[in-house]
Design a protein around this ligand. Structure first.
Ligand code: CTP
Length: 396
C-alpha cells in the first residue's frame, strides 16, 4: 500500500501532465508523502502552484534556485520510489543515455530508490524503434515501465500511447512495487561475479563473468523487501544500493568463507557467481620470470560453495544454483539439482545468442525440485532476475 510511503513524482512536458494533479491527490488521500520535480517544459502544461498546493510541498524544477542548490541526491535518497508520470519521449531518451540537463534528470541519475515510469506519447512516437530501444535500456537498468494504453491521443488520432489513468498507476505501485512487503523480514544471500585465483603478485586465473546477473537478482530481492547480503567477486560494477550489504572477496576460498558465515541466518541463497573450479596449488611471492619455453601450473579443486550449502541446508531454506552449459544442457542442469541438493537450478545455455557472460540480456530455463521446468525467452537481465525471484517466492 502507498500509505506512509514517500513518493517522488517527476512530471515531464506532455498533455498527460494534467493527470499528475489527480495522481498527486490520490497519493495524498491514500496517506503517502509526495514531493514533486518538474522538467522546465512540464510547467507549460501544469503550474507548480497547483501541484505544490495539492502535494503540500514546494515543487522543484531547477538545479539552482533562490541562491541555493537543490540537492537531487537527497531527494533520491528520501524517496521510497521515484515515479515519472508522464514520461515524455525526450526525457525517456535522456534517461536512457545518462543525460543530465535538468533537476529531474539529475535526481533520476542519482536516485538509489527504485524508479517507475509511465510513458505518454503519440502512437507513432511510441512505435518508433528508438523509443522501444530506450525503454529496453530503462528495463535493463532495473526501472519499471507502466505500459501505455490505447485511446484518444493529443494528435486527435486513436491508438497506443495514452498514459495509464492515475488509479491504475496507483494500483500498479501497490501490486508490483510495494509488493516489497512479500520478502520483508527475510534475509537473502547472493554470490556474484568471478573469482581471481592468484599464482604470483600480478597474475591470476579467472573467467569472463561480470557479476551483472547476480547483482540484478540482488536488486530484485531488495526491491521485494528482503535484507540482501551480496558476496561479490572482483567485478567493476558498483552496487551503491542502501538496501544491499556487499562483502567484496577475491578468491574462491574467500567467497566460501564469507558464504558459510552468512548462510545460517538466511532464508534464500542464490549462487550466481562463476566461482573458479580450480586454484593454483602454490603462490609465488615474487613475480614469476619467463625462464623456460613452457610453463606448467598445478591446480587443485576449490571448495564447492553450492554443494556445501546444499549439505548444510535446513528445512525452509531455499537454495538456488546456476548452470552454464553448451552441451547436454538439460541433463546437466537436472543432475546439478540433485547432486547439489538445490531447490532450483537456473540454466543458461552458451548456445543461445545474447545469453551468458557480459551481455545485458539472458535466456534461461528454470528447473525445480518437483520436476517443474520453465523455459523463458531472451530478456534483459533485470527481467530475468524478476522471473527468478517470482519463482523463489512461489517456493517459499
Ligand atoms: N559453484 C559454487 N562453488 C564452486 C563452483 C561453483 O558455489 N566452487 C556454484 C556456482 O555459483 C553455480 C553452480 O555452482 O551456481 C555451478 O555448478 P558447477 O557444478 O560448478 O558448474 P560447472 O563449473 O560448470 O561444473 P561442471 O563442469 O563440473 O558441470
Amino acid at each position: 500500500m502507498v500509505e506512509g510511503k514517500k513518493i517522488l513524482l517527476g512530471i515531464c512536458g506532455s498533455i498527460a501532465a494534467y493527470k499528475s494533479i489527480f495522481l498527486t491527490r490520490l497519493f495524498i488521500k491514500a496517506g503517502a508523502e509526495v514531493k514533486v520535480v518538474m522538467t522546465p517544459s512540464a510547467k507549460d502544461f501544469v503550474t507548480p502552484l497547483s501541484i505544490s498546493t495539492i502535494s503540500k510541498n514546494e515543487v522543484l524544477s531547477d538545479l539552482f534556485g533562490n541562491d541555493t542548490w537543490n540537492n537531487h541526491v537527497q531527494l533520491g535518497r528520501w524517496a521510497d520510489v521515484m515515479l515519472i508520470a508522464p514520461l515524455s519521449c525526450n526525457t525517456l531518451a535522456k534517461m536512457a543515455n545518462g543525460i543530465c540537463d535538468n533537476l529531474l534528470l539529475a535526481t533520476y541519475l542519482s536516485a538509489t530508490c527504485p524508479v517507475v515510469v509511465a510513458p505518454a506519447m503519440d502512437e507513432d512516437m511510441w512505435l518508433h524503434p528508438a523509443t522501444a530501444a530506450n525503454l529496453e535500456k530503462l528495463n535493463s537498468f532495473g526501472n519499471r515501465v507502466i505500459p501505455v494504453e490505447k485511446g484518444e491521443l493529443a494528435s486527435g488520432l486513436y491508438g497506443d500511447g495514452r498514459m495509464t489513468e492515475p488509479e491504475q498507476i496507483m494500483s500498479f505501485l501497490d501490486r508490483n512495487f510495494f509488493f516489497s512487503e512479500s520478502l520483508k523480514g527475510k534475509k537473502a544471500l547472493v554470490t556474484a561475479g568471478p573469482t581471481h585465483e592468484p599464482f604470483d603478485p600480478v597474475r591470476y586465473i579467472s573467467n569472463q563473468s561480470t557479476g551483472k546477473m547476480g547483482i540484478a537478482i540482488a536488486r530484485e530481492l531488495a526491491q521485494r523487501g528482503a535484507e540482501v547480503e551480496v558476496v561479490l567477486g572482483p567485478s567493476s560494477i558498483e552496487i551503491n544500493d542502501t538496501r544491499i550489504h556487499v562483502t567484496r572477496v577475491q578468491s574462491a576460498e574467500e567467497m566460501y568463507n564469507a558464504c558459510l558465515a552468512i548462510f545460517p541466518s538466511t532464508r534464500i541463497a542464490v549462487m550466481s557467481a562463476a566461482v573458479s573450479d580450480y586454484t593454483p596449488v602454490s603462490f609465488s611471492k615474487e613475480k614469476i620470470k619467463k625462464n623456460s619455453e613452457t610453463f606448467t601450473l598445478e591446480l587443485s579443486r576449490t571448495k564447492d560453495i553450492l554443494l556445501t550449502l546444499g549439505e548444510k541446508k535446513k528445512a525452509g531454506q531455499i537454495l538456488v544454483g546456476f548452470a552454464l552449459e553448451n552441451k547436454d544442457e538439460v541433463l546437466y542442469a537436472k543432475n546439478k539439482l540433485k547432486s547439489k541438493n538445490a531447490d532450483m537450478i537456473v540454466l543458461n545455455s552458451l548456445n543461445d545468442a545474447g545469453a551468458g557472460f557480459g551481455y545485458d540480456t539472458n535466456q534461461v530455463t528454470i528447473f525445480e525440485k518437483d520436476g517443474t521446468e520453465i523455459p523463458y525467452g531472451q530478456k534483459a537481465k533485470q527481467l530475468v532476475a524478476r522471473d527468478i525471484v517470482d519463482r523463489i517466492i512461489k517456493l517459499l
